[in-house]
Each structure stands twice: as C-alpha cells, then as structure tokens.
Design a protein around this ligand. Structure first.
Ligand SMILES: Nc1nc2c(ncn2[C@@H]2O[C@H](COP(=O)(O)OP(=O)(O)OP(=O)(O)O)[C@@H](O)[C@H]2O)c(=O)[nH]1
Ligand SMILES: [Mg+2]
Length: 382
C-alpha cells in the first residue's frame, strides 16, 4: 500500500515537471514571436520600406502622412533656451521666415556678412580695409569676419588693431556692426613657388575649402541676409559694388575679376568663373569621377567658356548663367549657405572648393550668375 502511494506521488511530481517545461517552452515561443514582430516592424520604418518614410527623402505627401502617424509635433519659428550663470532661462524666438535678401537690401536694412580667409596677409591688409571702408553700404549693416590659418606674419595683430579702430569710432554711424577674427591652423604649408603647380591644386583647394567652411559656420548669424566672399588681395572695385550686385537679385553673383596692370591692359585673373559647353560636358563623360578639373592649366584643357573671355561691352549689368565660380568677390544670398551649399573639400562633379560650391548650389536649384562687364581687379602676385 505504502509502495503504491509512493509510486503515485512520484508519477504526479514528474508529470507536474513535464507540464512546467511545456509552459516555459510555450511562453518562450510567444515572447520570441512578439519581439520579432516589433523589431521587424521598426526596421521596416527605418529602412523606409512597407510604406513608411523613415529617414529617406520621400514625396511631401508621404512625409506628412508619416509624421502625423508618429505624432511628431511641429512649431512655428525657432526656440532656444539660454541660461547665463544662475539667472533664469529665457526662450529666444526668431522667425526666420522674415529674413529676406532682396534687390532693395539697403532700404530694407539687410545685414551683409563679409568673409575673408587669410594666410600671411599683412602686405594686403591696408588696401583691403581702405576699400571695404569706402563701400557705400551702411557700416552698421556690415559684419566682417576673418579666418587666419597657418600664419607666421603679423596678420592677427593688424586685424585686431583695425577691428579696434573700426568698432570704436567717435561717430556711431561710422562703426561696423561686428568684426570677428578666428584662427584655425590646418598645418598645411606649400612652398611659395609651388602654390600654383598643377598637381598640387586639388589639395590646396581642398584646404581652402575647409577654411571657408570653418569661417562660414563660425561667423554666420541668424540676422545675416547676404554673405560676401572677398579675397584679401583684391585691389580695386567700385564703392557701390554691394548694392550693385544685390540689385541683380540672384542667389549667387560674381563680377569679372581681372589682373591689375600698370598700363590698364586687359589681363584675365579669375578663371574659375565659367560655363560648361557641349564639349566640356562630353569630355567629362569618360573621366574618372574623382578627377578634379582645373581652369587655366595647359596640362588639361577643359573646353569650358570662361567669363574672362566673354564680351565685356554689353553693359555692367548684363548677366550670364555660370556653372563654376571663384570667390575673389562673390555675393551669396545667405539662404543658399543655410540650406546646405558650402565648399566641398572633396570632389563634387569634378570640382572642389568654390567651383564645387557653384555646382552644389545649382544641383540644389539655385541660380548662379556672372557679370562679364562689371570689372574688379586682383593684385599681380609674382
Ligand atoms: N584661412 C586660409 N586662408 C587662405 C589659405 N590660403 C590662402 N588663403 C587666403 O584665401 C584667399 C585666396 O587665396 P589666394 O592665395 O589669394 O588664392 P589665389 O587668388 O588663387 O592665388 P594668388 O594668385 O596667389 O592670389 C586670400 O585671402 C588668402 O589670404 C589657407 O590655407 N587658409
Ligand atoms: Mg588671390
């Protein structure tokens, strides 16, 4: 009897153990299926599959449907919280919809940011400031910003002294809105006699691009409507040039930059302002995508139509569309930079730096133009 009941108990315990194993097994399977379902459905959103938009670029309707299905909120304008020390935080609201860059910029009091990268530039600074100071655009609407790189001369001190003078003039209407000097070294040095060697240009231009991007991201403020790129060694331009270029009312515009000569003879300088031609486009079809095209070098002829070779007698405001630009003097609506066109330090459509910028701006749908009859002058360096 005793033996029988012991047997029954053993049987009961082992069947209970069997059931428990079964239950654990079933629960594990259900958890696995549930987990897989959520993981896969998330993945299909982030990959943009299964009708979701994820992070890919989709049509506006798809994107709107996606954003309302995930319940993301939207607000007008721009908020940021500022805390200084122990004082209470204060929200800053700036409606960027109100920022405009229009032909009547001066009347509308639109701010201009003049950007100049500099390297061992002390010899050029006096003339540079003389010309900027002569501009007829109101000084209180002008910000100047410099990026000094890999410099061994007195450039920084001269910039600081000039800024001090220009910002503290007795007459407030003669003072500039702001002057900023940034220093950033890339430890990139080229021997002076090698600076324009064909093989070294892609690298030199790539470092110039990095400098320009540094300067742009450090200096651009939310109130700037225009960005004017001005090289330090441009030695002659009209005092009304800012208003003149603004009046053309396009996204990017460049005057025609020639070489200053003693006898006033016509010598081209900025060959980076150009149009593609049928032949230049044809030639690019067989090129390695990483090949950088350069203007003004006999080593490789590009077949582009350079602005310095276009007729200059058709009026100062006769504009032509361009596919490549330099930056000796380049006026850009700030929106173009804000939306993402900058200076590629990598190869973009066979170009780097300023010409890459033009290609990028055009790829984004912006208008890029030049004025062959509007002449400015660059110093003869050697
Ligand atoms: N921050 C920075 N500025 C540079 C660098 N190289 C040149 N610059 C400045 O960038 C502008 C354009 O450079 P330039 O050396 O004049 O270039 P370029 O006009 O093609 O050459 P040049 O015919 O010799 O004048 C000038 O204002 C220079 O002082 C650099 O590596 N870093
Ligand atoms: Mg120069």
């Amino acid at each position: 009897m005793m033996l029988l009941s012991e047997k029954a108990t053993n049987l009961y315990t082992s069947s209970l153990r069997g059931n428990r194993r079964l239950i654990v097994f079933i629960v594990a399977i259900i958890s696995f299926i549930t987990l897989s379902f959520f993981t896969l459905s998330k993945a299909s959103f982030s990959l943009g599959g299964g009708g979701g938009c994820g992070r890919t670029i989709r049509s506006l309707n798809e994107a709107v449907a996606f954003s309302s299905s995930t319940g993301s909120s939207n607000s007008n304008g721009f908020f940021s919280i500022h805390r200084s020390g122990s004082s209470a935080g204060q929200a800053k609201f700036i409606n960027l919809n109100d920022l405009e860059a229009t032909a009547n910029a001066k009347e509308e009091q639109q701010h201009v940011l003049i950007l100049t990268p500099v390297k061992n530039a002390e010899a050029y600074l006096e003339r540079y400031f003389e010309l900027v100071d002569r501009l007829s655009y109101p000084k209180d609407l002008i910000t100047m910003a410099f990026l000094v790189s890999d410099t061994t001369d007195n450039t920084v001190q001269i910039l600081k002294d000039k800024a001090d003078e220009f910002l503290n003039r007795p007459n407030p209407s003669e003072r500039y809105h702001e002057i900023a000097i940034y220093e950033k070294d890339f430890n990139f040095q080229l021997p002076e006699d090698k600076r324009h060697t064909f093989e070294l240009q892609p690298l030199r231009r790539s470092f110039m691009a990095r400098s320009r991007n540094y300067l742009l991201t450090a200096a651009l403020r939310e109130y700037h409507s225009w960005v004017l790129w001005l090289d330090v060694d441009v030695v002659e331009y009209p005092e009304t040039i800012v208003e003149d270029l603004q009046s053309v009312d396009v996204d990017v515009v460049v005057p025609n930059c020639l070489l200053q000569t003693e006898d006033g003879s016509f010598w081209a300088y900025d060959k980076n302002n150009w149009q593609e031609t049928e032949r230049s486009i044809e030639l690019q079809k067989d090129l390695d995508p990483d090949y950088v095209l350069l203007e003004g070098y006999y080593e490789f002829l590009t077949n582009r139509y350079l602005m310095v070779d276009m007729p200059t007698h058709l009026g100062r405001f006769k504009k032509v569309p361009l596919d490549g630009v330099g930056a000796t003097f380049t006026l850009v609506k700030a929106q173009v930079h804000r939306e993402g066109a900058n200076f590629p330090p990598y190869v973009f459509q066979h170009q780097v730096e300023t010409e890459g910028f033009a290609k990028m701006a055009k790829a984004m749908g912006f208008g890029v133009y030049g004025l062959p009859g509007y002449l400015i002058y660059h110093i003869r360096n050697s």
